[in-house]
Design a protein around this ligand. Sequence first.
Ligand SMILES: Cc1cc2nc3c(=O)[nH]c(=O)nc-3n(C[C@H](O)[C@H](O)[C@H](O)COP(=O)(O)OP(=O)(O)OC[C@H]3O[C@@H](n4cnc5c(N)ncnc54)[C@H](O)[C@@H]3O)c2cc1C
Length: 333
Amino acid sequence: MKVAVIGAGIAGISCASKLQQAGYQVVLFDKARSVGGRMTSKRSTQGYMDFGAQYFTARHPLFQQQVASWQQHGVVSRWLAPLYQYEQARLLASPDAQQRYVGIPAMHSPLKWQARQLDCQLSCRITALKAKENTWQLIAESGEQFGPFDEVVLTLPPAQVNSLLPQTVTQRFPETILQPCWAVTLVLAKGTAHAAGGIFIKDAESPLSWVSRHNSKPGRAQTESWLLHFKPAFSALHLQQDQAFWQQTAEQTLSALLGQPLAVAEMISHRWLYAQIQTQHQDFHYEGVIAAGLWVAGDWTRGGRVENAWLSGIEIAQQIIVKQGASVCPSIG
Ligand SMILES: Cc1cc2nc3c(=O)[nH]c(=O)nc-3n(C[C@H](O)[C@H](O)[C@H](O)COP(=O)(O)OP(=O)(O)OC[C@H]3O[C@@H](n4cnc5c(N)ncnc54)[C@H](O)[C@@H]3O)c2cc1C
């Protein structure tokens, strides 16, 4: 039984791993040069920097088991830095005591570790799917064809899923579920000595949604550097702005937030067109099957966030295993 999983983010990797463990022949495709998707950290002169997912939580018992295994293999650690919140123009210690985890030395580390046993076709953008006698054929941007596959799992943002669905499939997914986010890192020449590891922004006036200090995370370089995530509306309004705009905006905003001038040595930015789920979609649960042998998974099908992306991949793998009549591990519920 051959399965293609398109998208090597955490949903694709959890799905592919589960199916491979159950004896399926699985090929994982991604347009990027390495695995990780929105958990991918950028390599810089100051080591890895997390521009996408900042941390993850583990509330579901199955994901807790997975995180414990990653911890045992040294690719995940607890993030214990002090958290603050910015509210009504004031910076206060946060009462949030939720346990948070990060990949080490980068957010994508657990995914790279897990993908080492998978058949990964990287730098391979899939541009079309063709149904052929109860199977699926994949067509890549290069013109290369892959298949036939008995099952295909799409773990991409909804706009990218829609662009791949053949006309014979009528279902389409709302593309604005995932919103844009500009992420900016400021590397400082001189440290601020501020204790905050992460700052939840609860101030409606601020253009920011989240701030963190990279060097508060385990396994990162010790030079002080700050990551700023801008709110979806602010990011959308300034989607096409250049580096100079983001450097000035980030510097002014962070300086006001920390209440001190900054000595910025370097600025690195990244634009996410599809970042995090709109709040009103957090309770949605999209059904996994789109057409015979064609499935959809990914964070946005299950409420957003790293943990739900992982669960969505496992859930689809279980559905495929059940469909094929094999015995399965406990359902996610
Ligand atoms: C700025 C930002 C901050 C975040 N902060 C947090 C946080 O703090 N905590 C948290 O839990 N979550 C956070 N998230 C959300 C979290 O990163 C995602 O929920 C999770 O990583 C999504 O995983 P996924 O596998 O569903 O999708 P993705 O990681 O998006 O994977 C999809 C993959 O599909 C590939 N792809 C797309 N089109 C094609 C194609 N045509 N052919 C081949 N490959 C293709 C992409 O390259 C990508 O690797 C954040 C996300 C962002 C962007």
